[in-house]
Design a protein around this ligand. Structure first.
Ligand code: PDD
Length: 287
């Protein structure tokens, strides 16, 4: 089947899908995005993603471009037209098209909306989680509002590229105080030697991941010890286990940080357990 994208009210062939050169997303990264997951042809955790989408738009004072029910219809249509069984839906909303000026357009313009979908098989992701991945650490050079899911991702792009060039899968940002904030497209976690699961606080310095919130909930229900607090690179190096979370990776064990093996260099039992719980919790929300 040929891929189809939704662009500003129309379903178009993916290869021909385009936006105006003065779209403020293109010129100024003045927009936000959301990545939804499709499991067995259905969206999962929709309400969590919609809540974050709503917040991102509100923080940038961009109007919700359409009714949520209509948005849901569009996403389902894109899933259907692209015959996606397992994969993602990418939604991007920018402030719209206007002559290039830093300040918002004097007369409000219609926000620009793009929805695409992509197949992503489960097996390779499960295989990678079974093996565990390596991460590198890089300085966190991002702006102070990384809590907004903005399309301005240049530091994240450079960090991910650095990871790949180092033969790793992800880069973890370290702030100027030595604390690990999060990954270039994932949240970062450790399990301490004392059995405490730790991830950076959601309040600032990170994007509050939907998967992160799910893992916090399933871990609490499991009666595991949890702390939302900052942790240093040094503490991470000495951790019993490490893992990362995001929509498409779920919980994926980290077995090496820079040159340091974590634990015995194999995925740990807590991360593997949380992966199963997290996948089950999401699958239960198929809508
Ligand atoms: N990335 N931190 C950052 C910087 C992210 O970009 C993401 C998501 C996450 C994890 O959030 P969630 O669990 O809601 O996926 C954390 C998406 C998937 C992306 O940019 O493609």
């Amino acid at each position: 089947v040929s891929r189809i994208a939704y662009v500003n009210g129309r379903y178009v062939a993916h290869r021909d899908a385009s936006v105006h050169i003065e779209d403020r997303g293109y010129q100024l990264a003045d927009g936000i995005y959301e990545v939804f997951e499709v499991v067995d042809r259905r969206l999962v955790d929709v309400s969590r993603h919609v809540a974050r989408l709503t917040r991102s738009l509100r923080e940038l004072r961009i109007a919700m471009p359409m009714e949520l029910s209509a948005l849901h219809v569009v996403m389902r249509e894109v899933i259907h037209r692209n015959r996606i069984r397992d994969g993602i839906v990418y939604l991007q909303v920018t402030r719209g098209v206007a002559p290039r000026e830093h300040a918002f357009p004097a007369r409000p313009v219609q926000p620009a909306v793009v929805v695409t979908a992509r197949r992503m098989e489960r097996a390779p992701r499960d295989a990678r989680a079974g093996q565990g991945i390596r991460v590198i650490t890089v300085p966190d050079s991002r702006w102070a509002r990384v809590d907004i899911k903005s399309i301005g991702l240049l530091p994240n792009v450079l960090a991910k590229q650095a990871a790949y060039e180092a033969g790793a899968t992800e880069a973890w940002f370290v702030d100027s105080d030595g604390f690990i904030t999060e990954g270039s497209s994932t949240n970062a976690w450790i399990l301490t030697g004392e059995g405490e699961i730790v991830t950076a606080p959601g309040s600032h310095g990170i994007l509050s991941g939907v998967t992160r919130s799910i893992v916090l909930e399933v871990a609490a229900r499991r009666g595991l010890r949890l702390a939302e607090r900052s942790f240093t690179r040094t503490e991470a190096m000495a951790a019993a286990e490490a893992f990362l979370t995001s929509r498409t990776t779920a919980v994926t064990p980290v077995v090496q940080i820079d040159d340091q093996l974590i634990g015995d260099g194999k995925p740990g039992p807590v991360a593997s357990d949380l992966r199963a719980l997290c996948l089950a919790a999401s699958a239960a929300t198929r809508a």
